[in-house]
Design a protein around this ligand. Structure first.
Ligand code: HEM
Length: 405
């Protein structure tokens, strides 16, 4: 990675040209010619008239439609445009992290790209408040003509999920297998443009979560990288010392909690809960839940996450830590988008069946609870310890600081 390929002496590859100098061709500067052109008009560039002619739904124009229906169509269209921008950023970020090594100088712009994705999702969520100015009765006036159309057929949302790394196995089933793909077929069973988009995206590898995992797996931990002679030993030692530090902190917290427990029964419950937390953390770091074939890699990835979070002040770890934080912020915004959508839906249609045929609010709530991409990044939050309890850092100078005297 993580960057974290060892510090290079040579200048890393860069795809950035010096500003304003034109392109270099065989060592010589090629001047950029200014081609005379007609002045640009706002309406030509933004395609305003074309855009304003698109809110008629099933009618040729929106003239005869209620304000509620035009609002309903417009908000969906704006949200599809935000999805388009999210997808563009997502592809750029994924492409960056799929590189080996990931160019360190690009991490700041990757963080900005993820931040933009987060803000876009938050804007989509904010639109639900505008939608809520429509009452149940207003919506029922035109709802039947949507049937069986639904946001469930948003090809771009599915593309985003696939590119992030949501697997088919994790999806909330709608009844039949591959239902989300079936929903993207036209009425006669032929593939729609949305179906083709998603089908192509399913072959577009790696997903962001996988690219991030690979990047993390190369993080030097306590000064050693994969392939170094003592790396396995080093990583295992770090995991064990971190687990011990976690156990010590958890036991201290347990003592405090027990001292304020109201009844003996409470103290007993607390003991069991903390014991589970200690055991769970150790098992997580040892990747005991992962298939054996992938266990060593997952162990290293989880240790890397803990290492980056723990020693985040070190220059070489500072940007990776920002990236991790931005990914959490993005996923948090996405989960809130799902929950916010569900609350809006409940407010407008209650518990009725969705136009797409799902159980409606119940289905949407399940997706909000179940769909997580960056599970490991979330999970390490449970076991991080106070700075004073961290295992001693080895090879600090490797990460860019000379150890303080
Ligand atoms: C009155 C407003 C809305 C209602 C009543 C509504 C209702 C629903 C329901 C019931 C579903 C579940 C699938 C189904 O059976 O139809 C759904 C899915 C969905 N809706 Fe909405 N929706 C509304 C507005 C919006 C808006 C403004 C967006 C824009 C982003 C949106 C995006 C989606 C998406 C992407 C899904 C698929 C979710 C998934 O499968 O994870 N909806 N909607």
């Amino acid at each position: 990675m993580v960057a974290l390929a060892r510090r290079r002496k040579t200048r890393p590859e860069a795809d950035i040209e010096p500003l304003g100098r034109g392109r270099r061709g065989r060592g010589a500067l090629v001047e950029t010619a200014v081609v005379p052109r007609k002045p640009t008009a706002y309406w030509d560039y933004i395609k305003v008239e074309e855009l304003l002619a698109l809110q008629g739904g099933l009618e040729p124009t929106d003239t005869g439609l209620s304000n509620d229906e035009v609002l309903f169509i417009t908000v969906h269209q704006i949200d599809e445009l935000w999805f388009k921008l999210i997808l563009r950023e997502l592809i750029t970020v994924r492409n960056l992290f799929a590189k080996v090594p990931v160019p360190e100088q690009a991490l700041a712009s990757a963080a900005r790209g993820i931040r933009r994705m987060t803000l876009l999702v938050e804007h989509v969520s904010a639109h639900f408040e505008i939608m809520e100015t429509m009452t149940t009765r207003d919506y029922l006036a035109f709802r039947d003509k949507l049937n069986p159309a639904s946001g469930f057929q948003s090809g771009q949302l599915r593309e985003i999920e696939v590119l992030l790394g949501l697997s088919d196995a994790d999806r909330v089933p709608l009844g039949d297998e591959q239902s989300y793909m079936n929903a993207l077929k036209a009425h006669d069973g032929s593939p729609s443009s949305a179906y083709r988009r998603v089908a192509a995206r399913l072959h577009d590898k790696p997903s962001l979560v996988e690219a991030i995992r690979e990047w993390l797996s190369r993080t030097p931990i306590q000064g050693t990288a994969p392939g170094d002679p003592d790396d396995d030993k080093n990583v295992n030692a770090f995991i064990e010392s971190y687990s011990a530090a976690h156990e010590k902190c958890a036991l201290e917290a347990l003592e405090i909690a027990k001292s304020t427990a109201l009844a003996a029964g409470d103290a007993e419950r607390l003991e069991k809960r903390y014991a589970r937390e200690i055991e769970g953390s150790r098992a997580f770091l040892r990747a005991e839940d992962c298939p054996e074939a992938d266990r060593e890699r997952m162990k290293r990835i989880r240790a890397a996450l803990v290492f980056i979070e723990s020693y985040r002040e070190l220059p070489l770890l500072a940007w990776p830590r920002v990236i991790i934080d931005e990914l959490v912020a993005f996923e948090q915004a996405f989960v809130i988008f799902r929950q916010r959508h569900a609350r809006m839906v409940e407010r407008i249609i209650g518990q009725r069946t969705g136009t797409g045929g799902s159980s409606g609010v119940d289905y949407l709530d399940q997706t909000a609870l179940r769909y997580r991409i960056f599970r490991d990044i979330w999970a390490v939050r449970t076991l991080l310890v106070r700075q004073s309890e961290l295992p001693e850092l080895r090879s600090a100078d490797f990460y860019g600081f000379v150890t303080a005297p």
